[in-house]
Ligand binder design. Structure first.
Ligand code: PPS
Length: 309
């Protein structure tokens, strides 16, 4: 079953090969989105989730896949085989993603799934379809410190052949600071969900906390979802969702998305999975410029980000 589903997805991408290229970004309410998403935004906005659906929201590269796997395992009492029924983007559709046919869009996949569904989005808070808040859907937001998030996004934009070219590293830093990357400003994104977390009952997690103490964070997710699994199952989930295991697992490592979408030879989807890799990329001067700008942009909030643990 799982091989079949992975193969459907893989084959659809191969079939769409000629229509795939690096799509430009188009502004939707001042947020730059991949043109295919921008063109279909009305349908995305109109999506009406079921109250039992769960939303996993992140700025790109903040720990989405990791959280999706933890949630799926929690919902299946740590059953690794059950969670190998299909690759991540089939088990947990990406709400706004649109691709040339025959690749199914996020909405296509959702249409054929019964609630409760686990839905991924990178949309900033103000662009999330209002049905999620009207129906009081549970929402997990994962945030990652700006510098590591930027580094991960830079490598992803190199390997993802449907996103704009990242260009040289130094230019990319400025692009990120200006909010000129897909899904817009990291600063506005993390602040948008932070401001709404209490009112909308959003579980706001940090990638660094998950790295520091995965067990504690898996337990937090479990409580938020009103689930209860044994200590032994928690230990198993922590092990199954280690970076090493997820990198080797074909259902979580995005090998289901081949070139010409993801060119894993340029940079693997499961790249390093570390906190502090930014130190291997930023020069001291780039770091100072970034920090000055960061202070200014983040002066109105106190979100406890850590760029090392
Ligand atoms: S996406 O494309 O936005 O859905 O990507 P996303 O899953 O949010 O982020 C990918 C980064 O998360 C790392 N990752 C992990 N880190 C630690 N442990 C586990 N289990 C794990 N799974 C994925 C992945 O390696 C990317 O980060 P970088 O820094 O590029 O390695």
């Amino acid at each position: 079953m799982s091989d079949e589903k992975a193969m459907d997805y893989y084959t659809a991408i191969k079939k769409a090969e000629k229509q795939l290229h690096r799509f430009p970004l188009i502004s939707v309410r001042n947020v730059p989105l991949m043109s295919l998403i921008a063109d279909n935004f009305e349908n995305i906005w109109a999506f009406n989730p079921h109250p039992s659906d769960l939303l996993i929201a992140t700025y790109p590269k903040a720990g989405t896949t990791w959280t999706q796997e933890i949630v799926d395992l929690l919902q299946h009492n740590g059953d690794a085989e059950a969670c190998k029924r299909a690759p991540t983007p089939v088990r947990s559709p990406f709400l706004e993603i649109c691709s040339p046919k025959p690749i199914p869009s996020g909405l296509d996949l959702l249409k054929n799934m019964e609630p409760p569904r686990m839905i991924k989005t990178h949309l900033p808070f103000q662009l999330v379809p209002p049905g999620f808040w009207e129906n009081k859907c549970k929402t997990i937001y994962v945030a990652r410190n700006a510098k590591d998030n930027l580094v991960s996004y830079f490598h992803f934009d190199r390997m993802n052949q449907t996103q704009p070219e990242p260009g040289p590293w130094d230019d990319y830093i400025h692009k990120f600071m200006r909010g000129n990357t897909g899904w817009g400003s990291w600063y506005d994104h993390v602040k948008g969900y932070w401001a709404e977390r209490e009112k909308m009952n959003i579980l706001y997690l940090f990638y660094e906390d998950m790295k520091e103490n995965p067990r504690r964070e898996v337990e937090r997710i479990m409580r938020y979802l009103d689930l209860s699994v044994s200590d032994e199952v928690i230990s198993r989930i922590v092990e199954l969702t280690s970076f090493k295991n997820m990198k080797e697992n074909p259902m979580t490592n995005y090998s289901c998305v081949p070139a010409p979408v993801f060119n894993h030879e340029v940079s693997p989807f499961m790249r390093k999975g570390e906190v502090g890799d930014w130190r291997n990329h930023f020069t001291p001067e780039q770091s100072n410029i970034f920090d000055e700008d960061y202070k200014e942009k983040m002066k109105d909030v106190n979100i406890p980000f850590r760029d090392h643990i």
